[in-house]
Design a protein around this ligand. Structure first.
Ligand SMILES: NC(=O)C1=CN([C@@H]2O[C@H](COP(=O)(O)OP(=O)(O)OC[C@H]3O[C@@H](n4cnc5c(N)ncnc54)[C@H](OP(=O)(O)O)[C@@H]3O)[C@@H](O)[C@H]2O)C=CC1
Ligand SMILES: O=C1O[C@H](COP(=O)(O)O)[C@@H](O)[C@H](O)[C@H]1O
Length: 495
């Protein structure tokens, strides 16, 4: 039975791509499930002039585009909770109009003063908005009500800018009121990492450097930059994917068992893990991280000839790297990560590669047996959700030889349809005030400190771009990175 939550949502950037494509359909899902019902209202803002009816029609269209029937009574009831207010976030005087609208809706829908401020717009405005929300009296003063600030990525472009932003936000909101979105933390199988590790003696007892040889995290994208080049070219794969999503996944894989399954305890363990992550010096950053930029193939232009990309761009569209933790659990067990655009396929997976048995008793002198393969536990995050465990077993015949076999669990298509979208989960968490699946400031800051060192080294060197063929798994350097350690990527093309 769903618990109805009461809140006023204020979406800054309420006419933007993210709001229409992800946020409103997610709110509708929560409405259908009963987490939102009569006691909620939404104010969408942006600079353009628009009345409530036009805004509601745009919301209904966004629901239709995401597969809902735009003419249903439920959609029309839902959209009747939406209001529009033209507002320039840089104009302090405009906030008083917003305040009036908020107070009116609060009374009308009996929202008890609960407010969620969602900043779905360019990050240069985050600090100003947070400051004006407080100074212009938009934050609820009801002592039993909540004020929550939801921040989209990117959270800074290095440690210094992230700290500056965080200091600005902290003047108006406490850390527990700030929800920094990382949509990978809303994915079913990323959340499943904790269940897999801490719900299974079999797994957790082996989850350390005595039994695990290495862990591989791959976030592979098939598309190029599409229409987001003006953002992406100023960011690159290291800032766009590694600093946030990959570091979050790695910290879930590396952390110790939390005292309890609460946001405070989980975040504390993730932070502890990130504190043990070795921050590279110049020489180690140069050897342990490699970058790439995609070239052209057939009609597909290379990255430098995509719309809005400068012809001499040195922005990386691919990163691979090795991360090392200096702690008792992980010392000597590397985490290899890679991500890129225009790769062979769109998928996310984690491969946990176990050490081979210390003695291979099947490899006696006259034996024809191939050496035992490593056990590999794969967590399939997307497009299909599931796990696979590769073991060695006897071949099914009269002789005695071994072969690798797989125990597979894949979430079936029907069940997958019921899986909430990441933004639905995360908005629900914001309503509940559960910060577990959001990045805390200490996590963000350790991640930036790690990534800044790599960026520093790369900024000193002119890369030889382009250096990988579209629809491959990245540049040769990514293969060399892991082969140098006498290992190989578990996911390879055609396996
Ligand atoms: N789109 C996506 O898939 C993803 C987006 N994000 C992040 O979400 C945020 C929003 O992205 P997205 O929706 O794509 O951006 P858009 O450019 O589509 O939307 C920006 C919104 O901000 C409004 N806006 C711009 N300037 C002002 C201003 N001065 N005052 C008031 N409103 C203003 C725009 O309306 P107007 O110009 O009419 O004022 C528009 O509603 C960004 O931080 C982005 O990095 C993160 C992950 C994915
Ligand atoms: O945050 C981002 O993620 C997307 C990939 O997300 P996914 O859920 O489709 O795997 C990426 O394309 C984008 O560049 C990045 O900003």
């Amino acid at each position: 039975m769903a618990t109805e939550r009461k809140a006023l949502f204020l979406f800054f950037g309420g006419t933007g791509d993210l709001a229409y494509r992800k946020l409103y359909p997610s709110l509708f899902n929560l409405y259908q499930k009963g987490n939102l019902r009569s006691h909620f209202a939404v104010i969408g803002t942006s600079r353009q002039a628009m009345d409530d009816d036009k805004f509601r029609a745009a919301v209904r269209k966004s629901l239709a585009d995401s597969g809902n029937r735009a003419d249903s009574k439920e959609v029309s009831d839902f959209s009747s909770h939406f209001y529009y207010q033209a507002h320039d976030v840089t104009n302090t005087a405009h906030y008083s109009v917003l305040k009036e609208a908020a107070e009116k809706l609060d009374k009308k829908y009996k929202l008890e003063g609960n407010r969620i401020f969602y900043l779905s717009m360019a990050p240069q405005f985050f600090g100003t908005i947070a400051q004006d929300l407080k100074s212009q009296g938009l934050m609820s003063t009801n002592k039993d009500a909540f004020n929550r600030l939801v921040i989209e990525k990117p959270f800074g472009r290095d440690y210094d800018s992230a700290k500056q932003l965080n200091d600005a936000l902290s003047k108006s909101f406490d850390e527990e009121q700030i929800f920094r979105i990382d949509h990978y933390l809303g994915k079913e199988m990323i959340q499943n990492i904790e269940a897999l590790r801490f719900g299974n003696t079999l797994v957790e007892s082996l989850w350390n450097n005595r039994y695990i040889d290495n862990i591989q995290v791959t976030l592979s994208e098939k598309l190029g930059v599409e229409e987001r080049a003006s953002y992406y070219d100023n960011s690159g794969a290291l800032r766009d994917m590694v600093q946030n999503h990959i570091m979050q996944i790695v910290s879930l894989l590396a952390m110790e068992q939390p005292v309890a399954f609460t946001d405070t305890d989980i975040r504390a363990e993730k932070v502890k893990a990130l504190r043990s992550l070795r921050v590279y010096n110049v020489a180690d950053a140069a050897t342990n991280f490699v970058r790439g930029q995609y070239g052209s193939i057939n009609d597909q232009p290379d990255y430098r000839h995509e719309d809005n990309v400068p012809e001499d761009s040195t922005t990386e569209t691919f990163v691979a790297g090795k991360l090392l933790f200096d702690n008792y659990r992980w010392s000597g067990t590397p985490f290899y990560v890679r991500t890129g655009k225009m790769l062979a396929d769109k998928f996310t997976r984690v491969d946990v590669v176990f050490k081979r048995p210390l003695v291979d008793i099947f490899a006696f002198p006259q034996s024809q047996n191939t050496p035992l393969a490593a056990n590999v536990l794969t967590i399939f995050v997307e497009p299909h959700a599931g796990f696979s465990l590769q073991l060695n077993a006897k071949t099914n015949d009269a002789g005695f030889s071994t072969e690798p076999i797989k125990l597979d669990y894949l979430v079936d298509a029907e069940k997958s349809k019921e899986t909430p979208e990441p933004y639905e989960r995360l908005l629900h968490d914001v309503l509940k005030g559960d910060g577990t699946n959001f990045s805390s400031w200490p996590e963000v800051s350790y991640a930036w400190k790690f990534v800044d060192q790599i960026r520093r080294v790369w900024d000193l060197q002119e890369p030889q771009f382009p250096n990988y063929t579209p629809h491959s798994m990245g540049p040769a350097a990514a293969e060399e990175l892991i082969q140098r350690d006498h290992r190989e990527w578990i996911y390879r093309l055609n396996n």
